[in-house]
Design a protein around this ligand. Sequence first.
Ligand SMILES: Cc1cc2nc3c(=O)[nH]c(=O)nc-3n(C[C@H](O)[C@H](O)[C@H](O)COP(=O)(O)OP(=O)(O)OC[C@H]3O[C@@H](n4cnc5c(N)ncnc54)[C@H](O)[C@@H]3O)c2cc1C
Length: 453
Amino acid sequence: MTFTTWGRTFTAEPARRATPRDEPELCAQVARAAQDGLAVRTVGAGHSFTDAAVTDGLLLSLDHLRGLESVQRLPSGDALVTVGAGTRLAELNRLLAVQGLALRNLGDIDRQSVAGAISTGTHGTGARLGGLATQVRGVRLVLPDGTVRSVSDADPAGSPERALFEVARLGLGSVGVLTAVTLEVVPAYLLRSTETVRPWRAVVDGYDELVARHERVDAYWFPGTDRMLTWCNDPLDRDEAAAHAQRQEGAAGALRRLGAAGRTLLDEEVLANGVLGAAMHVAAAAPRWVPRINRISASALSDRSYVAPSDRVLVTRRRVRFVEMEYAVPRSELAGVLTELAAWLRSSGEPVPFPVEVRCAAADDVWLSTARGRDTAYVAVHQYHRMPRERYFAAAEEIFVAAGGRPHWGKLHTRTADDLAAHYPLADVAGVRAVVDPDGVFRNAYTERVLGP
Ligand SMILES: Cc1cc2nc3c(=O)[nH]c(=O)nc-3n(C[C@H](O)[C@H](O)[C@H](O)COP(=O)(O)OP(=O)(O)OC[C@H]3O[C@@H](n4cnc5c(N)ncnc54)[C@H](O)[C@@H]3O)c2cc1C
């Protein structure tokens, strides 16, 4: 019965676990749990580092509620696709590719469920792009009494339905169990990916210019080194894509092979597996070696460029287990935050063999989005799961909070609803929860801490 998060940060012993075969069975299980006085949570892929999915009541898995329900083509070439909420992003990417479609943006892995990813505000990078929840046009969800509701962004602004939609599309599962999600997706596209090693200061001071020049920028910095790897991804325009396809002509499956070859250095060798895994073992056993390990990791990075379908470029595999804290800060605060973090790392000598990651997003209007109302930079600190993180994360969090930061809902942090009330319309969120879930069936310790009772 035990549930453990991917990062080994939380475990739970739910009284019941269920994997309903279809929506009617799910409805019956939710209603029965509510009658029995059990709390109800749903787990996606368990990839949140927080206790977002933890419960001692009924823990549901929607592994049978997956796949494509419908595709509605729009005159613009975009499409509205409705998928089972338990669909994993990897599966969704495959289903979309068959339709000649793709997600507008993605985070850096594809293991998550659609519902889990949107419920915690999962994001990728791009100064003009929003997180996954901004791509949601409608949801279907099961309420505590086992009834099914559909709400969408077509519901009138200010209506109870629209308010429910806002909390359902990004609200930690606090208003019901999502069973289907309608996403706006775009025609499949190729990305040109360029990895460049740059001086740390040049990235920090030139960040605004960099993200204006490239559609998506991800930057990695090994603490204690003075270089950053920037990973810039830009869509090919129609002519470039045609020329690219022509070059590939005759070589069957060349695009696929390109995709498989994509990211070998950054992903396969440095950030994701073998080399990093081995380095982490050494770091955990002998932390004094960390500065040298980081210098070696940073020097293994080099410039390169390739073209591949969007999901193959954006998705990495993370086989080395780590823990993470990530904060969204106003873009204007980024340089100050990184400078302070670098100063703390230098003065503390803290052994941190994992890179700091910097991403960005456009301001949006999703109620509980970390990018709500402001152009945002994301700064993520990671630590190998077998090494102490407390001092590092506490120091980083102090810097992030002082800069007006908002924690990622699925990553470690210590903020409470009182702290977060200045950032989000928590009273409105509480109002929606009080109407649809007056008995608190969908509550857990985490929702109580960050959203209030
Ligand atoms: C290796 C790794 C890489 C990551 N990369 C990124 C990244 O690039 N960008 C980023 O922003 N985040 C990233 N994350 C964080 C991750 O995307 C989020 O924590 C996400 O929520 C995980 O999805 P999941 O399916 O595992 O959800 P879970 O962790 O299982 O659940 C998350 C929340 O969603 C709720 N939920 C799940 N299913 C339902 C449902 N059907 N109905 C209602 N509520 C539901 C749960 O109750 C819980 O509150 C990463 C995490 C890891 C471990």
